[in-house]
Ligand binder design. Structure first.
Ligand SMILES: [Zn+2]
Length: 259
């Protein structure tokens, strides 16, 4: 049985830990210390590290975690920006960790080296997507290196996954993202319901993650660029008549950049 935990790091990062009760893998350890504390509290060894992209708040803890752990596998994309990677992965080279096989999705957008890991559902648990900074709860990552077209293609891959898929993002940005979602779609009742639910979780000191793809499809404007309301409101905000999805995605992302 998969145990899936978001380990808080820095001010708003999550380092996802996957465990079968005897082994543990972590995704994007930007800081080693919270991972070491989490492992020690549970008496678990670190079995491997998965990386989605090269930003320091995702790989900054890798060197310290590698120290004193000979042959620790570090899975990640092919890029000179992450020299710690020992096992290059790609859609043609999925990742086997313990009993699970993770599919790899190429999602260049936030950064050009960005990949995501998808764990398909089985009889015991829903699937899970480790999407780094590509998709957030009710939002998406900034386009530091890629284009709106690439973001559209990346999110289209996510939208094609089963709706019950758990969405494991790398930051707790949900409430701020929902404020933007509400500005984009003031008439969407699912956004109001979600704001209340997520506020309750944060007030109780709980993470808002994982989300589900079904919830994102209902409330995340970046997954709703086909919605007539989203197209109309983004068109009005950007003073242009948007009639195709990539232009809508670009204008929506620029709106959020300045929100
Ligand atoms: Zn990033």
């Amino acid at each position: 049985m998969l145990d899936l935990t978001p380990i808080p790091a820095f001010t708003d990062n999550y380092i996802w830990a996957l465990s079968d009760g005897r082994h543990c893998w972590v995704v994007d350890p930007g800081d080693a210390e919270p991972v070491e504390q989490w492992l020690a509290a549970r008496g678990l060894p670190l079995t491997g590290i998965l990386i989605t992209h090269h930003h320091a708040d995702h790989i900054g803890g890798v060197d310290a975690l590698q120290r004193n752990r000979a042959n620790l596998p570090i899975y990640g994309p092919q890029t000179p920006k992450i020299p710690q990677v020992t096992q290059v992965v790609s859609p043609a080279a999925p990742v086997s960790i313990g009993p699970w096989q993770l599919e790899v999705l190429n999602v260049p957008a936030h950064t050009l080296d960005h990949i995501a890991y998808f764990l398909p559902a089985d009889t015991e648990q829903p699937g899970a997507l480790f999407c780094g900074d590509t998709l957030f709860a009710a939002g998406c990552g900034r386009l530091f290196e890629g284009t709106a077209d690439q973001l559209h293609q990346a999110l289209a891959q996510f939208k094609a996954l089963p709706p019950a898929t758990l969405i494991c993002c790398a930051h707790e940005y949900t409430l701020a993202n929902l404020a933007f979602a509400k500005a984009v779609e003031p008439e969407n009742p699912n956004i109001d319901i979600r704001i209340t639910q997520e506020q309750c979780k944060r007030a109780a000191g709980l993470p808002t993650l994982p989300s589900t793809l079904a919830l994102e499809l209902d409330t995340n404007p970046f997954l709703r660029t086909q919605s007539p309301d989203v197209i109309a409101n983004v068109s009005a905000h950007s003073n242009q008549s948007l009639d195709e999805p990539i232009a809508t995605m670009g204008a929506l992302r620029r709106w959020k950049d300045n929100f």
